[in-house]
Design a protein around this ligand. Structure first.
Ligand code: ZN
Length: 323
């Protein structure tokens, strides 16, 4: 189904005729899922985004297209990496790293991820990889609260704390601490020493929660990442020390060549092989999600946006000057 057919079906199903579809930023598809589309200009100028990941490959794999889109549309963004990635991954072709080598490789890769996505600065919180179920959660919550207040974060992108069958404790512990910190950062009695240092209460009002298993994520938002998909490929290519992307494509190309074989789509050089491998295999899910909604590439989220209070809305509409 192409996009036009999808829109036509949406109009028919909802009974609502929308005009100028190419200009709208959001559409509501069947089931109430909001489709967030690219917006012209920089409508998010002045707003601050925190992309939060336990490991260097989480945001690139599951939310890199959305982060790049929001930055392109005006957000100032920061990348917060919670662990030091010291467990790493086997790199293939005999390049197995030591624990110390993993830390350095992934630290460097993470800086490249931030650059590829247009994020301004990295904060590394340096917890041990795979060990987060034993950390002090109030300590991590306070570190997030400090950063949310310091940076005046409006929006976070992170793992969903409530999706099921997540086997990695670093993922769910990080997500739960982020969720708690988002509202506690706005409270005036939590960590008063922050205020003595010049900061003010500041709650996070918007969240994009992603998950590894989309069947257990309560999806209410789909982001069209077609226009930032190449940046997402670059962010994944940056993760050479761990994860499924990096230079697996060029490794595969070399292995096949040793067997007198080749895959034509991997091209004739390492860069092309790495990029096309990521496009074809690592980010296959984005293509499949996009197809469901008539888009080329898309990411799915549970999205939460805090509305203004009914009283604030009422005052805006009805309050008049005293005189
Ligand atoms: Zn991870």
């Amino acid at each position: 189904m192409n996009r036009r057919e999808f829109i036509a079906k949406f109009i028919t199903a909802s009974g609502v005729l929308l005009t100028g579809m190419d200009a709208v930023a959001e559409e509501v598809a069947a089931g109430g899922v909001v489709i967030e589309r690219p917006q012209p200009g920089t409508p998010h100028s002045g707003k601050v985004l925190a992309a939060i990941q336990p490991h260097s490959d989480d945001i690139p794999l599951y939310a890199g297209g959305t982060v790049a889109k929001l930055i392109r549309e005006g957000y100032t963004g920061y990348l917060i990496r919670v662990t030091n990635d010291d467990m790493g991954d086997q790199l293939g072709l005999g390049e197995r790293g030591s624990i110390g080598q993993n830390v350095l490789r992934n630290e460097r890769d993470n800086e490249e991820v931030a650059r590829a996505l247009g994020l301004k600065r990295v904060f590394d919180l340096n917890y041990s990889n795979h060990r987060m179920s034993g950390i002090s959660q109030p300590e991590l919550q306070e570190r997030f609260i400090f950063l949310f207040r310091l940076l005046k974060v409006d929006t976070v992108v992170c793992y969903d704390p409530w999706s099921h069958y997540e086997e990695n404790p670093d993922h769910y512990v990080t997500a739960h601490c982020v969720e708690a910190a988002c509202w506690m950062a706005g409270r005036e009695h939590d960590y008063p020493e922050h205020f003595a240092a010049g900061m003010e209460p500041h709650s996070v009002r918007e969240k994009y929660y992603h998950g590894r298993d989309l069947t257990t994520l309560s999806i209410n938002r789909v982001v069209d990442i077609t226009h930032t998909f190449e940046s997402k490929i670059e962010a994944n290519r940056a993760n050479k020390g761990k994860g499924p992307a990096g230079h697996h494509g060029s490794q595969l190309r070399a292995e096949l060549a040793a067997r007198k074989l080749r895959l034509p789509f991997l091209g004739d050089d390492d860069l092309t092989a790495d990029r096309e491998y990521i496009r074809e295999f690592v980010l296959k899910r984005d293509r499949e999600v996009g197809r469901k909604y008539g888009l080329d590439y898309a990411e799915e989220f549970h999205h939460i946006e805090e509305s203004p209070s009914p009283l604030d809305e009422y005052l805006k509409q009805h309050a008049v000057p005293l005189i």
